[in-house]
Design a protein around this ligand. Structure first.
Ligand code: PAF
Length: 280
């Protein structure tokens, strides 16, 4: 596996190959990321993984400085999976002026769900992902369904800006108890870690009620919010949406996704479950 830090070297390598799948990450790789790599390997001949902690998608008071940087261990994991290139630019390489003046501005969805609590987060994501797409020029790119809103926004960007890149959404990897894998799980204390699966359990409970015919979306959202709050969670949102557009769910919708974000102690966790009622 080649470890590349500069745009120049990446472009030289890219000019020498065809058929590339790309997995953008912020590093601190866990089995969720490794599953993205496995899907990438199935999708194309060559695989590029980027590791870059992207300052412009973090808001004030968020964990940019604290975000775990573990490049050496990440490289070991990727080498074992026979990844072709690990692209790990430093900040000056991607943001040579120290600032970004041009942004890829997503539509109104960027201000809903997580976007309502993380102003400018999604335009930071779309901007860095489109920069990385220009550099890596992938045929295919893999994103986790764990960040469901991010995946939806990236799909929209690729379609709207006529990017010739196939986007693969990869299912969430979970611990044995059901907790969705996330780099932020390591901020949890041992007790919090054991309690964290409660968020997923609430989503499962809503999914079950939807499958049993309930369409009182607001009632289901409010009940889960109340239960989480009673168990010492600080809830940002619990929301039932159309799985494709992420518009607020309508009673006739059959492909739904239930999304939630909530704080346990100092850690903000997100999770979601897709529910296909057409199959019921
Ligand atoms: O999902 C992530 O890790 C990041 O948002 C991404 C896509 C690598 C952009 O920085």
């Amino acid at each position: 596996m080649k470890i590349i830090h500069t745009i120049k070297e990446l472009r030289e390598w890219r000019n020498s190959v065809q058929d590339v799948a790309f997995v953008p990450t912020m590093g601190n790789l866990h089995n969720g990321h490794l599953s993205l790599v496995a899907h990438a390997k199935q999708a194309a001949k060559h695989v590029v993984v980027s590791v870059f902690v992207n300052r412009i998608q973090f808001g004030e008071g968020e964990d940019f400085d604290q975000y775990p940087r573990t490049l050496e261990q990440d490289a070991e994991k990727l080498a074992k999976l026979d990844v072709d290139v690990l692209f790990a630019p430093d900040e000056r390489e991607l943001y040579p002026n120290g600032v970004q003046n041009y942004f890829v501005e997503p539509p109104a969805l960027q201000n809903e769900l997580c976007g309502a609590f993380r102003p400018n987060h999604f335009r930071g994501v779309t901007t860095v992902v489109s920069k990385l797409f220009h550099l890596v020029e992938p045929n295919v790119a893999c994103f986790g369904k764990k960040d469901y809103q991010q995946l939806t926004i990236i799909r929209g960007m690729v379609a709207d800006l006529n990017m010739n890149i196939r986007i693969i959404g990869v299912p969430i990897e979970r611990d044995a108890d059901g907790l969705a894998l996330s780099s932020r799980n390591q901020y949890l204390s041992t007790d919090e870690h054991a309690a964290a699966v409660f968020l997923y359990q609430q989503l499962q409970h809503i999914a079950q009620q939807l499958r049993s015919g309930s369409r009182d979306f607001t009632v289901l959202e409010q009940a889960a919010t109340q239960t989480l709050t009673q168990h010492n969670w600080r809830v940002d949102y619990v929301s039932i949406r159309d799985a494709g557009s992420l518009n607020t769910a309508q009673t006739q919708d059959t492909k739904l996704v239930i999304l939630a974000a909530a704080h346990l102690g100092k850690t903000r966790l997100i999770d979601n479950i897709e529910v296909d009622l057409s199959a019921a």
